[in-house]
Design a protein around this ligand. Sequence first.
Ligand code: HEC
Length: 162
Amino acid sequence: MKQLRYLFICTLALAIGAAGCGGGGQETSGEEKTPAAETPAADNSAAASDPKGIGKFKDVPLTHPLDEAMVKKGQEIAEVKCTSCHKLTEEKLVGPGWKGVTDRRTPEWIMNFVTNVDEMLDKDAEAQAMLEICMVRMPNQNLSDDDARAVLEYMRKIDGKN
Ligand code: HEC
């Protein structure tokens, strides 16, 4: 029944926030918020702009060629838990489209974001910048490490990696 709830959240989010996450940003242009994320990190919280993000994943080895079994598992997980909010193209839905995500982010950042989303949204500058645009907090999807790794492999497939 979880899915139903997500669907509801997404529909709600779509109704409220689709334009905001649609890349235009016109809605907020009047407010001129200065996100803390844009201030150079002088407070030596190194993690704030760590390309690996915040979480336990410090080194995620990638396989070449892709592990097709993981791709398949990742796709199945994504279709249940992710694609209600993420398109596989560059187009935003509730969250950013996944196309190109493995070029924008390191594998560690993606794994940390997916498994540690609350802390990432609270502390990681890149995650906060996305939140500013999308205006919806991605809910924790409770993926195991293996599930998250499988979804990463699926993202690599979408990005044409081999
Ligand atoms: C309820 C909607 C929703 C669901 C479901 C969801 N996400 Fe997200 N996701 C978001 C939003 C919104 C963002 C942008 C950050 C924010 O505002 O919280 C995001 C951002 C991301 C990012 C960063 C994208 C980038 O361009 O850097 C990744 C990776 C991601 N999500 C993976 C997942 C995975 C994997 C799942 C499924 C297990 C998932 N998401 C399910 C809403 C969702």
